[in-house]
Design a protein around this ligand. Sequence first.
Ligand code: NDP
Length: 294
Amino acid sequence: MTTTAFLGLGAMGFPMAAHLARQARAAGGRALVWNRTQSRAEAHAREHGSERVDLPGVAGADVIFSCLPTSAEVDEMLARLAGDLRPGTVWVDCTSGHPQAARRQAAALAERGVAFLDAPVSGGTSGAAAGTLTVMVGGDPQVLARVQPDLAFAGKVVHVGEAGAGFAVKAVNNALLAANLWAAGEGLAALARAGVDLGAALDVINASSGRSNASENLIGSRVLTRAFPVTFQLGLLAKDTGIAADVVREAGASAPVLMQVEALMRAAAHTVGAGEDHTAALRLIEQFNDKEIK
Ligand code: NDP
């Protein structure tokens, strides 16, 4: 029976770990949870039947999952657990992290006989709750095959390459999300200034070739309504577009739109607030245009 542990019960980690707990109950395994703010882990144990442990207790698991803001917090956790980790353990990092960190972390853990997979996820908090997340994995495919049955929160799992490749794909994916979101915001702000009804305009765009996930699933429900519910923080999207820019530079690629998107997301996080929902980036476009997108 597998014992899993989950580090970081935030907006994503809390529902993801719930699937591990559900699977453990069904299969007779154990699902351990740890969170910096302990009350979150206590709530998880109460609501989902997981077991709250102190940090060293995490090292008792066969598979350790992490979902933290950035690779820097994963480094912190690795340092704090360094003396406790056991050979044969697999560390699956679901953070949207940095490819360089993944390569460094994988090499350091390999010296202790611990395997590392970068396994960031896409699908948002609703996908995490539904257990339908897309997982893009970098690292040894044989290690992935071993832990794949434990990815109880996944709808689709794709091995994309060596250590760091999962984080690189995730960063580019989110740069595309930011580009689509921003471009749709610019177009709608222009139409608002031209006096066009934006509900009608969005209806047309979503039945036409200009549509995107942002236009179909985000702008109508979050921007036009002025609700901007915080499920994915703007600061985290700005972090992802920064990683994408590093990927572009490291590859010697030429990607002027993606580099611009990084600058725009950083500016939006500074002016609108890093803790706001990512869709609130469009408030910066509203300032540019002295017009609300509604
Ligand atoms: P949250 O801010 O909701 O959660 C962050 C988690 O990290 C919390 O459990 C927090 O603990 C913990 N944490 C923060 N700093 C530290 C630290 N120094 N040491 C230990 N634990 C720490 O973030 P999300 O769940 O939204 O995002 C997590 C990752 O998933 C990010 O990399 C993000 O980019 C990615 N992601 C997010 C999506 C989303 O829709 N939200 C979608 C796909 C990927 P505490 O409770 O104590 O604050």
